[in-house]
Write a new protein. Structure first.
Length: 294
């Protein structure tokens, strides 16, 4: 399961001599109860006598639809992303707010010695990051100072909470294999289902309007880092032109990779606010707390 890429391939929050890895991965099968009328993947549209699905878009129409959907979704003031993946890999709930730039990321993963509960929460707001902790007596959060951000992109938390819409929609729009599968329902809403196989080397050589060069290069680099030469991407676009769901599947150097995201609550996410000041420890207090317990 590929985690949401904050500071690379996951949120890596430096602690005393170790990294607190907030892995925004998914759990479950990667399929949700929303995909088809019986809880499974919806059936493709009937094929005509030439084997092509009736009403299936392709070529320029598909590229235009996916590009427009990515743009419209990116213009939303706020939305919620639920990310899941392979069985047992955990799941994440993310709230994204565009202005002021802010996010809330909650992640549930397998318990470990560094994180016995398996729960992690990060709030990013106005350039500050607040991390939920049980390490400081009397406090439930800590903030990160500049030393904790060394070598990392301090502002990437908010953008990563927006999910993989630009990457997946752009990669699909750039792939000549992408087709409209048919109409299905996601969260009770009708949606157009698009699917394509993205060959990483072909995407790396693509220079066109379907995907921004920076987004392309970042996606290609991270996919290669996973050891994947190609991926199958599915995207569901609602009738209002908003992306409702995405699914990426491939085989990497560590085996099968899967990430599924569902998007909802467009423009209806509650205002993101910082934790109460009296509950927030400083970075030094957090480090001292870790040291005393080690």
């Amino acid at each position: 399961m590929r985690p949401v890429r904050v500071w690379g391939k996951g949120i890596a929050l430096a602690t005393a001599g170790a990294a607190l890895a907030v892995m925004l991965a998914g759990c479950g099968s990667g399929e949700s109860e929303h995909e088809g009328p019986e809880g499974g993947r919806g059936a493709p549209e009937p094929a005509d006598d030439k084997g092509a699905a009736k009403g299936s878009g392709k070529g320029a129409d598909v590229r235009a639809a996916l590009t427009a959907a990515a743009r419209k979704t990116g213009e939303q003031a706020s939305y919620k992303t639920l990310q899941t993946g392979a069985p047992g890999s955990g799941h994440s709930e993310m709230l994204f707010q565009k202005a002021p730039s802010a996010s809330v990321i909650k992640s549930w993963t397998k318990p470990s010695s560094a994180n016995p509960s398996g729960f992690s929460q990060v709030i990013s707001l106005s350039g500050k990051t607040y991390v939920h902790t049980d390490e400081v007596p009397g406090k439930s959060w800590y903030t990160m100072d500049d030393t904790a951000y060394a070598g990392r992109d301090k502002g990437s938390g908010e953008s990563r909470a927006a999910g993989y819409v630009p990457e997946f929609a752009g990669a699909l729009a750039a792939s000549p294999s992408t087709r409209r599968v048919g109409e299905e329902r996601v969260g009770g809403r009708p949606a157009d289902h698009y699917r394509g196989t993205v060959v990483v080397d072909e995407l790396a050589a693509y220079n066109g309007p379907a995907i921004d060069k920076g987004v392309r290069d970042s996606y290609v680099a991270s996919t290669r880092q996973q050891g994947m030469s190609s991926v199958v991407i599915d995207l569901w676009v609602g009738k209002d032109g908003l992306v409702l769901k995405s699914r990426e599947e491939g085989r990497g150097s560590k085996g099968p990779e899967l990430v599924v995201e569902e998007y909802s609550d467009f423009g209806a996410v509650p205002a993101i606010t910082p934790p109460p000041a009296n509950t927030v420890a400083t970075w030094k207090e957090f480090i001292d707390g870790i040291s005393q317990r080690s």
